[in-house]
Design a binder for this molecule. Structure first.
Ligand SMILES: Nc1ncnc2c1ncn2[C@@H]1O[C@H](COP(=O)(O)OP(=O)(O)OP(=O)(O)O)[C@@H](O)[C@H]1O
Ligand SMILES: [Zn+2]
Length: 815
C-alpha cells in the first residue's frame, strides 16, 4: 500500500508526554518546551496532565495569547479624533494608546500572571477541525484595531529559547576548551617553579597540550557562518611554542621562560575567548534554532490540487510514509514551490510565505505573535504564522531558504549576522589586518635590533591580541540579536545590507494616509456657499461624482451621503485627476468640479468667497473638498481623518533614534501642518501629487541624507521605490517586490521600530567591536614599544573581550 502521508522532517512517532500514546509530532495537538526538550501532546488535556494542572474549561480552545492580550483591551479606545476637536487640542492625546513602554506600568497583577502563563503557552494549540464550507461568524475587523497589538518584547520567545538547548554538537568542543584552559593556565603558573630547564620543558609541554586541544576543537567543531578562518587564531599559539623551543635550544633560559609563558598565555586566552564568544551567542543561536524548528513544518497541498494531478513526476513525497492514508487528509506533504497552493488548518503553522486565495481566516501573523489578526483573499501571510481560526488556502510565494524569515536568519549564504558590513569588517580584522599588524610589530622589533626569537614573540603576541574569536564574532552577535528582535514584532529585513541601511537612515518619510492617518476620513463639515443649493444638494452632487472612485476621500463622501439618506446625483462622465479631485457633468448638464484648491485653480474657479472658511477648516486638520457647479463654487465639505493608534509612539521611536520624521501628503499645507503639530513632526511635504512623490524622495536623498519611506505596497509604490530604505507595512510574505523591510503587522509603530531597532543594534555592534579591539590595540602598541613583555598584549585583549561579552550579555538580559 502506498503511503499517502509523507513524513516531514520529524514525523517518526513519538510518545505523548501526557499519556505515552504514540503520536505524530507534526500532528501533535500541543507542543511545548520544558526541561530543555520538546514535548508533544495529544491535546491540551494531556499537556495539563503532564504539567499537573487542572484541565481547561471545555470549549476554551483559544490560545492563551488571545485571552491574555485581548482582555486588557476589551474596551477598545475610541478611534481617531473627535470630529469637533482640533487635532492639537489636549484631549486628543489621551485617545491614542500609550507608548508600548508605558503599558507594563499599568498591568495589574492578574495581567502579569496572564502574561507569565502566556510564556508557557504551547507553540501550537489544538482547535477542532473546521469543515471547508463552515462560514466564519463576522469578527470585529482586528486589522484596523492596532491598539490590540501587544507591546514589543512581550512574546513567547522571551523565555523559550533559554530552555531550548540546540548546540549539542558543540559539547565536545567545549570540553576541549576547558582542557586547553587548564593546560595553558598550568603552563603559565609553573613560572613560580623557577626557570630550571626541566621546568621550562614541562611548561612547553603543557602549552603544547593546550595548543593541541585548540587544534582538536578547530578540527572537530563545525564552523558557523560567522566564525573566522581558524588559522590566524592558531598561528600565534604555535608561534609562541616554536619561539620557546627555539630559545631553549639556544641556551637562553630567561628568554625560553618568557616564551613559554607567552605560549601558555596565548593558548589560554584563545581558549577563554572561544568559550566566551560561545556563551555570548548561545542565546541568539538557541533562538535561531527554535525558529528554525518552527519553520521546518512541512507543507500540505489542498486535496483538490492533488486530484488535478498537478504533481509532476519528479515531485515524489518527501520521504516514504509509515502508514496508510490519514483520515481527512487527501493531501500530500511537499516541498512547495512558488505558485503552488498550500493548505493550512486551524492550529497549524504556516510553512511557507503565501498569499491567501479564497479564505477568511484568523492568524497569529508571525512566530511569537500573540494577537490574532484577520487575513482575507489577497492578503500575504508569512511563514511561521499560526492559523487560529478557519482553514487557510493560499498560493506559495516563497519557500525554503527564500522565506522572508529564513532568508536573513537561517540561510547560511544570506545570513545577516554573517554578511552585515560590520560583521564582515570584524572578520577581516582578525583574518587579514591582524596579520598586517603582526608584521608591523615584527618590523619594529627588527628595527630595534632585537633577537630573532624576540621578533617572533612580538609578532605572535600582536597577532594573538588582534585575532581573537571574540573580536571576530562579537559584532555578528549584535546583528543577530537585532534581526531576532525585529522578528519578534514581525519585522523582516530583506538582506544584511538592508538591515545596515536601515541602521543608517537619518530621515523617515511617512506616506501619511494609512501610516499616520487612518485613511478613513469622515465628513465633519458640510456647507453651502451662496443661496443656489442646500448643503444636502452639495453632498448629493459630490457623491454622484465620486460614486465610482476608490480614493478614501471619494468613499468618505459617498458613505456620508448614504448615511444621510441622500440619493447621489446622476452625474455623467466623471474624470478623475489624481491628487486633485474629479470633474464631471451633472444630471442637468452643468459642469461639476469636486476637489481641492489646486483643482479649482486649474479649472479657473474662484474660491475667494470661501477662502477664509477653507483656511479655518484646514487649520483644524480637515481635508477640504470644494464643490463647484458651472464654474461657481457652491459648497465646502470638510473631512476629518483620524490619527492611527500608535502614530505618536512611532514618531517617538524615531526621535529617540535621532531619525527625522517627515510627513508627506497630498493634503493642503495647513491641513498637514495641523497634523504635524499634533504628532510633533516638524518637517512636512504637503500638496505633493501622487506622481511626484518619487521625485520628492529623491530630492531629499540628493540633499545628502539617507532616506527611509514608510508606506503600503501598491498605493505608495512611487515613494517606496525611490527610497534608500523602503518599509512596507503588512507586506511580509507577499510576492517579489523590492522592499528593503517588510512587516507582518500593519502597525506604524513596527515600521518606525524597524528603523530604530536597526539603528540601535548597529550601534551596539560597533560598541561591542570597539570594546573588544581597543584594549588589544593598546596592548599591541605597548609591547611593540617594549614597555612590557609580549604576554601582556593577549592579556589586554582578553580583558577587552570580557568587556565586550559582558556588554552583549547584558543586552541579552534586557531584551
Ligand atoms: N476623488 C477625489 N475627490 C476629491 N478630492 C480628491 C480626490 N482625490 C484626491 N483629492 C484631493 O487631492 C488631495 C491629494 O490626494 P492624494 O491622493 O494625492 O493624497 P492623500 O489622499 O492626501 O493621501 P496622502 O496623505 O497619503 O498623500 C486630497 O487631499 C484631496 O483634497
Ligand atoms: Zn496523550
Amino acid at each position: 500500500m502506498v503511503a499517502s502521508r509523507a513524513a516531514g522532517p520529524a514525523a517518526a512517532p513519538v510518545p505523548c508526554s501526557g499519556c505515552s500514546k504514540l503520536i505524530d509530532p507534526l500532528r501533535a495537538g500541543q507542543v511545548g518546551i520544558f526541561d530543555q526538550r520538546f514535548h508533544y501532546f495529544c491535546n491540551a488535556r494531556c499537556r495539563h496532565a503532564f504539567l499537573g494542572e487542572a484541565p481547561p474549561a471545555p470549549g476554551d480552545g483559544r490560545p492563551a495569547g488571545l485571552a491574555a492580550s485581548g482582555a486588557p483591551f476589551a474596551g477598545a479606545p475610541p478611534r481617531g479624533l473627535p470630529s469637533g476637536a482640533p487635532p492639537g487640542a489636549g484631549g486628543h492625546h489621551a485617545s491614542t494608546p500609550r507608548t508600548p513602554r508605558a503599558e507594563p506600568a499599568r498591568a495589574s497583577a492578574d495581567e502579569v500572571a496572564a502574561r507569565v502563563a502566556d510564556l508557557d503557552a504551547p507553540i501550537v494549540d489544538a482547535f477542532p477541525p473546521v469543515s471547508l464550507d463552515e462560514k466564519l461568524p463576522d469578527l470585529p475587523v482586528l486589522d484596523d484595531d492596532r491598539a490590540l497589538l501587544e507591546p514589543i518584547g512581550n512574546t513567547i520567545l522571551s523565555e523559550e529559547p533559554q530552555r531550548y538547548d540546540a548546540v549539542e554538537g558543540r559539547d565536545i568542543g567545549a570540553l576541549l576548551l576547558v582542557l586547553a584552559i587548564i593546560a595553558g593556565t598550568l603552563a603559565v603558573a609553573l613560572t613560580l617553579a623557577g626557570d630550571a630547564k626541566l621546568v621550562i620543558g614541562a611548561r612547553i609541554v603543557l602549552a603544547t597540550v593546550s595548543a593541541g586541544m585548540l587544534l582538536g576543537r578547530a578540527a572537530t567543531t563545525a564552523r558557523d557562518a560567522t566564525d573566522p578562518h581558524p588559522a590566524p587564531m592558531l598561528a600565534p599559539v604555535l608561534g609562541g611554542l616554536v619561539a620557546a623551543v627555539w630559545a631553549l635550544f639556544g641556551q637562553d633560559r630567561a628568554l625560553a621562560a618568557e616564551a613559554a609563558s607567552l605560549a601558555g598565555v596565548i593558548a589560554t586566552a584563545s581558549a577563554i575567548s572561544a568559550w566566551l564568544i560561545e556563551s555570548a551567542r548561545h542565546r541568539v543561536f538557541a533562538e535561531r534554532a527554535w525558529i528554525g524548528s518552527v519553520l521546518s513544518t512541512p507543507a500540505r497541498r489542498p486535496p483538490g490540487a492533488w486530484a488535478q494531478g498537478q504533481a509532476p513526476a519528479d515531485r515524489a513525497p518527501q520521504r516514504g510514509g509509515d502508514g496508510g492514508p490519514v483520515e481527512g487528509a487527501g493531501d500530500e506533504l511537499y516541498e512547495l514551490r512558488p505558485g503552488e497552493s498550500v493548505q493550512v488548518d486551524a492550529g497549524e503553522i504556516v510553512p511557507v510565505d503565501l498569499v491567501v486565495t479564497g479564505a477568511d481566516v484568523e492568524v497569529l501573523p508571525w512566530i511569537g505573535a500573540t494577537t490574532p489578526t484577520r487575513r482575507r483573499d489577497g492578503d500575504p501571510v508569512v511563514a511561521g504564522a499560526t492559523v487560529v481560526r478557519g482553514r487557510l488556502v493560499g498560493a506559495c510565494t516563497f519557500s525554503g531558504g527564500d522565506r522572508a524569515v529564513a532568508r536573513v536568519l537561517l540561510d547560511p549564504r544570506r545570513r545577516a549576522d554573517a554578511l552585515a558590513p560590520i560583521a564582515q569588517a570584524s572578520r577581516a580584522l582578525t583574518e587579514r589586518w591582524a596579520i598586517g599588524a603582526a608584521a608591523i610589530g615584527a618590523l619594529s622589533a627588527f628595527v630595534a635590533g632585537r633577537a630573532p626569537v624576540e621578533i617572533a614573540m612580538t609578532a605572535a603576541a600582536v597577532l594573538a591580541a588582534l585575532s581573537t574569536a571574540i573580536t571576530a564574532s562579537i559584532a555578528s552577535v549584535h546583528v543577530a540579536r537585532g534581526i531576532l528582535l525585529g522578528l519578534r514584532r514581525g519585522i523582516v529585513y530583506k538582506s544584511a545590507d538592508a538591515w545596515d541601511r536601515a541602521g543608517k537612515t537619518s530621515v523617515a518619510v511617512f506616506c501619511a494616509r494609512g501610516t499616520l492617518l487612518l485613511g478613513e476620513p469622515e465628513l465633519a463639515e458640510l456647507e453651502a456657499t451662496g443661496q443656489k443649493l442646500k448643503p444636502s444638494d452639495v453632498l448629493a452632487l459630490a457623491a454622484g461624482a465620486e460614486r465610482t472612485e476608490e480614493h478614501p476621500v471619494a468613499t468618505a463622501i459617498v458613505r456620508a451621503a448614504r448615511a444621510r439618506g441622500l440619493r447621489p446625483d446622476g452625474v455623467r462622465n466623471p474624470n478623475f485627476h489624481p491628487g486633485l479631485g474629479v470633474t464631471a457633468v451633472t444630471s442637468s448638464g452643468e459642469e461639476l468640479c469636486v476637489g481641492n484648491r489646486a483643482l479649482m485653480l486649474e479649472q479657473r474657479i474662484s474660491i475667494a468667497a470661501a477662502e477664509s472658511r477653507v483656511a479655518e477648516l484646514e487649520a483644524l486638520g480637515r481635508t477640504v473638498v470644494l464643490v463647484a457647479v458651472g464654474a461657481r463654487l457652491v459648497g465646502i465639505i470638510g473631512l476629518q481623518d483620524g490619527l492611527r493608534p500608535g502614530a505618536r509612539a512611532a514618531i517617538q521611536h524615531l526621535l529617540d533614534a535621532q531619525i527625522e520624521p517627515v510627513l508627506m501628503s497630498g493634503d493642503a499645507r495647513e491641513t498637514c501642518e495641523a497634523i504635524g503639530r499634533s504628532l510633533d513632526i516638524d518637517h512636512i511635504r504637503p500638496e505633493i501629487l501622487p506622481a511626484d512623490r518619487g521625485t520628492e524622495v529623491r530630492r531629499l536623498i540628493d540633499a545628502g541624507t539617507s532616506v527611509a519611506v514608510l508606506g503600503h505596497a501598491g498605493v505608495d509604490d512611487a515613494a517606496l521605490g525611490a527610497a534608500d530604505v523602503s518599509v512596507a507595512l503588512g507586506a511580509a510574505g507577499s510576492a517579489p517586490a523590492d522592499f528593503s523591510t517588510v512587516l507582518a503587522s500593519d502597525d506604524v509603530r513596527d515600521a518606525a521600530l524597524s528603523l530604530a531597532l536597526a539603528h540601535r543594534t548597529r550601534l551596539e555592534a560597533r560598541v561591542g567591536l570597539a570594546l573588544s579591539v581597543a584594549p588589544a590595540l593598546v596592548g599591541a602598541a605597548v609591547i611593540a614599544a617594549f614597555v612590557l613583555p609580549p604576554a601582556y598584549a593577549p592579556i589586554a585583549s582578553l580583558l577587552g573581550g570580557v568587556m565586550a561579552v559582558v556588554h552583549a550579555r547584558a543586552l541579552d538580559a534586557k531584551s
